[in-house]
Design a protein around this ligand. Structure first.
Ligand SMILES: [Zn+2]
Length: 48
């Protein structure tokens, strides 16, 4: 039973992106818009 509880603790924590409000992993670049810490780190080819 405790093993199952450990899996709960290991759920990936997500935050809402301030740029696009999509859920993203903290300390990771937002996969939706490519923003990280208020600036764009990677370019998402979605504007075409
Ligand atoms: Zn985003």
């Amino acid at each position: 039973m405790r093993r199952a509880y450990n899996s709960v603790l290991r759920l990936p924590q997500t935050s809402s992106c301030p740029q696009c409000s999509a859920p993203y992993m903290p300390h990771r670049v937002c996969p939706a818009c490519g923003f990280y810490k208020g600036r764009q780190v990677i370019t998402i080819n979605a504007l075409a």
